[in-house]
Design a binder for this molecule. Sequence first.
Ligand code: PMP
Length: 397
Amino acid sequence: MNIESPSPIAWRFSERAGQLQSSFIREILKITQQPQIISFAGGLPSPATFPVDAMKAAFDKVLSTAGKTALQYGPTDGYPPLRQWIAEMLSKDGATIVPEQVLMVSGSQQALDLLGKVLIDEGSRVLVETPSYLGALQAFSVYRPEFKSVLTDDHGLVPSSIAAVAEGARLLYALPNFQNPTGRTLSTARRVELVETCAGLGLPLIEDDPYGALSYKGDPLPKMVAMNPAGVIYMGSFSKVLTPGIRLGYVVAPLPLARCLERAKQAADLHTAQLTQMVVHEVIKDGFLDHHIPTIRELYGNQCQVMLDAMAEHFPASATWTRPEGGMFIWATLPPHIDAMELLDAAIKENVAFVPGAPFYANAPETNTLRLSFVTVPPERIRHGIAVLGKLIAARM
Ligand code: PMP
């Protein structure tokens, strides 16, 4: 067919489409993927930790023993044995979680979108930490909430600051373990206080926990969902403990919400790939993660220490930074007059990149902050990159 004189389409995007922002980090990543750049910008896990052989063997086994099922459509809520595994894993922490509460999703990022879809109306109040995960701000923004920031300090979110902003709030979104972007961990006492505060207010609490297993020092702290399964929505992910490319995560919700999320998921994409769910179950069902996760902790823990040591050597005394006990990020606060965006421009010219902190704030950004990831950069390059940043910061003092 040859259309003679097509009229140009005057695209009329929905008002919602106007809320879709491109993640600043994803934009930076385009620049920083050049090999000469020492990038502390990415939130990517280290490919050195990807269990390629185990995945390959599991794909082979699943396809040869249950290929027809693996390649068929599957249930919206997920592959039953995997949901069972997740429910049992979370029940070890002292809670009773049943498989019916578990919804498998295509990366936990999808859970953020689904939660936004079913819990947020235009103008609904949504409480977030200061700062918070950019991807969550982005996902919720589409549903046009009114974000209210809850205070955080060195021990994470400050529960006593919730009441002042809680009126009419639909949810509080919290990252208790090795938070993205700050690397901070919420103390056990704070977790108890947070769960009690939210329960007292009848406020749903989202516990987003993709990094919880990556603790370098000591055992992970108790999960909040175990303290109050009726009021806490838990989100987990296989991205940081296996591989992000398979896009597999889960959300664990009180039953009425779980069914509502399931309907939203059905409308969005019917279900998460059956093949990858079966493969992941095959990989993890006999304890693979028990020996795999310690290797990730060791690699990240060592690189984190290299970065902390280099910062102590090269950053000025007036800068402060977090000392993460797990996860992937360090958060630095520079003297107030230093603009991290301007610093990034200068750093890129010297082949070093990081993420300025401002985009992680829902309200009132602190422009003198930055997020540094240490997981994909080898120690020698970490030392060099931090020395370069230290010099650039010193030149602005
Ligand atoms: N939550 C947080 C805090 C994250 O850092 C990420 C990934 N960067 C996600 C959710 C989404 O992870 P995924 O979709 O890969 O499970």
